[in-house]
Design a binder for this molecule. Sequence first.
Ligand SMILES: [Fe+2]
Length: 228
Amino acid sequence: MATALKSEALTGARSMGHMALHYKKPEEGPLAARLLSMLGYIQTQDLPLPDGTHFYRFVVDQQHHPRGDGIVYLSCVPEAQRDLMNAIHGALNVGTDQEHPAVTAMRERMDHDPEYGFHYGTLFESLEDLENVFMALEEANRSDPEMKGRLKLVYNRALPGNPDVDARLDASPIYKDATRFAYGKNGVQAFLETDILSSGLLGETMILEFDYVFPGYANHVLSVVEWE
Ligand SMILES: [Fe+2]
């Protein structure tokens, strides 16, 4: 006889464990690993595989190094998945003037809101750290020989109304000119979209989100979602 799981049956804590990311081109493992390092992830393993690609283990913070959570694995898109993506692209005429209208419509929605599709968010405890990471990404997108033009960066300010938060963001090197807003107060978001990594229905890019929440507020963008 089936028995309903009671919440008191769980006696231990749980946490987010790991995320498995893929880079698109077999030769771009080191480039993808360098990008993750620029994002502040800490590389703990680089395993060369027989096919010549690399399998990497990163942790989001040093405290996770010996643990089973806070992990980001990074490997090349597997062959069968790459074949499937290529078949989908061919069947839907992706990137041609006969592109299926559903593809075009999805692109337009993603361009409007990076959170429309699959993405992964990392929380920073320091706004200065987040600003420094994204200023370095801006520079890499301008001048890095391997990353130039391959990093799309989008910034969402906190919903306005808190004078302290608004003043801090007006003084921020990345948020002072931002015109987009998060779905909530007292926190900010920054997004990186890159074609070095693969995800989503077409496997074309991956979107990584980075967040910061101003301390001392129970009501913030990651605790209460607001729709305006
Ligand atoms: Fe998100």
